[in-house]
Write a protein that binds this ligand. Structure first.
Ligand SMILES: [Zn+2]
Length: 336
C-alpha cells in the first residue's frame, strides 16, 4: 500500500460540507479527527457532500482466475488501498468483500447468500462492519438480515429512494452522499433504470466501481422499473469516471453479452479481441469480472450510442439522440 502523507492531507482537507446522514443513530463526525480516528469510529463517520476526487492515480490490480473465490487486488493508490475479494454466489452472482487494510474495516456489496460470504470472512479472519446494497432485488439483499444477526454491529447501507424494499436498512444514501470504509471514501450515484432506486458505489481512491445491475461487462441491466432515457442518464454518470476504474459488477453475464455485442458492433476490432479473451476465459471456468471502464467504453455497445457503426446497425442516423440509440440497443438485447 502506498500512502503519501501530502496526498492524505489533501484528502482530509477535501471534506466536509454538511453531514447528510439519514441515520440518526450514527451522528456525522465531520472533522479531520473523526476521519483520522480509530478503526471503530471511521465506518460510522457517516455521509457528507464532498469535493471532487483528489487522488486516483496509480491504481493497479491483478485479477487471478477463480474456481470459487478470488482476490481481485489488493489495489493501491496514492491515498489509500482497498482489498477486494470476489465471492461467487447462486448461479452467476458475484458478491464483493471490501477491506480497508489500515483499519481492517470490512464491507460486503450485495450479499446474495449467507454461507459463501460467512465462510470467506471466517477463512480470512475478517469481521463484517457494513453491508452495501445497490438495489432491492432478492439476489442482492438475500443475506442482509442473516448477516446482521451474525454480525450485530454491522450497518446496512442502501438506497434512500428504495428504503422500503431494502431489508434491515439503517443508513440511507443517495446521489452525492459519501460514506467511509476506514479512511476510504465511498461515493454514491443514483443510477435508476434497472430499478427505480438503484444506486452505484464508487471508491475514487482505489479506482473501484460497484454498479450492481446497472452496468455489466459488455452489457447493462434490464429496464424493469425505468425508462431508456433514465438508464442512459445513469450510465452517462459512470462514463464520466476515469478509464482505469475497475468495474465490479454483480453478475457473470459477459460471454452472452459478447455474443450480442458482436451483432451490434461487428466491425469493432477491440470488441472482437475481447470476445475471444472472454470466450477463452469462460472455457477455462475463469471469471471475466472485473473489467475496466476503459474496456467498457471501447467495447460495450450500451455505452457507445455515438459510434457511427452502432447507429448504422440500429438503423439510426446522426440525428438520433444518444438515449434513442441506447433504447434501440437495449430493445434489441431484450429480443436477442
Ligand atoms: Zn437486479
Amino acid at each position: 500500500m502506498i500512502r503519501s502523507e501530502s496526498c492524505r492531507a489533501r484528502y482530509l482537507s477535501s471534506f466536509c460540507l454538511a453531514a447528510t446522514t439519514a441515520a440518526s443513530a450514527f451522528p456525522a463526525l465531520c472533522t479531520t479527527a473523526a476521519i483520522r480516528g480509530s478503526a471503530t469510529s471511521n465506518s460510522r463517520a457517516a455521509f457528507r457532500s464532498c469535493a471532487p476526487p483528489r487522488c486516483t492515480r496509480g491504481t493497479s490490480t491483478s485479477t487471478r482466475t477463480h474456481a470459487s473465490t478470488a482476490d481481485c487486488g489488493p489495489m493501491t493508490g496514492d491515498c489509500g488501498a482497498l482489498e477486494v475479494v470476489r465471492v461467487p454466489c447462486l448461479s452467476d452472482n458475484y458478491v464483493w468483500l471490501l477491506r480497508e487494510p489500515t483499519s481492517g474495516r470490512t464491507a460486503v456489496v450485495d450479499p446474495a447468500e449467507l454461507h459463501p460470504v460467512v465462510s470467506e470472512l471466517e477463512r480470512r479472519g475478517w469481521v463484517l462492519d457494513a453491508i452495501l446494497n445497490t438495489h432491492h432485488h432478492w439476489d442482492h439483499v438475500g443475506a442482509n438480515l442473516d448477516l446482521k444477526r451474525r454480525f450485530p454491529s454491522c450497518d446496512i447501507v442502501g438506497p434512500r429512494a428504495d428504503k422500503d424494499r431494502i431489508p434491515g436498512i439503517e443508513v440511507q444514501v443517495g446521489e452525492g452522499d459519501s460514506w467511509h470504509l476506514g479512511s476510504l471514501e465511498v461515493r454514491v450515484f443514483d443510477t435508476p433504470g434497472h430499478t427505480r432506486g438503484h444506486i452505484t458505489y464508487w471508491v475514487p481512491q482505489a479506482g473501484a466501481l460497484f454498479p450492481g445491475d446497472t452496468l455489466f461487462a459488455l452489457g447493462c441491466g434490464r429496464l424493469f422499473e425505468g425508462s431508456p432515457r433514465q438508464m442512459w442518464s445513469s450510465l452517462s454518470k459512470l462514463l464520466a469516471l476515469p478509464d482505469h476504474t475497475r468495474v465490479y459488477c454483480a453478475h457473470e453475464y459477459t460471454a452472452a453479452n459478447a455474443r450480442f455485442a458482436m451483432t451490434v458492433d461487428p466491425d469493432n476490432p477491440q470488441l472482437a479481441d475481447r470476445k475471444m479473451r472472454v470466450d477463452a476465459a469462460r472455457a477455462k471456468g475463469e471469471a471475466t469480472v472485473p473489467s475496466t471502464l476503459g474496456e467498457e467504453k471501447a467495447t460495450n455497445p450500451f455505452l457507445r450510442p455515438g459510434a457511427p457503426s452502432v447507429r448504422k446497425n440500429m438503423g439510426l442516423g446522426p440525428a438520433a439522440e444518444d438515449w434513442e440509440v441506447f433504447a434501440a440497443v437495449r430493445a434489441a438485447k431484450d429480443r436477442f
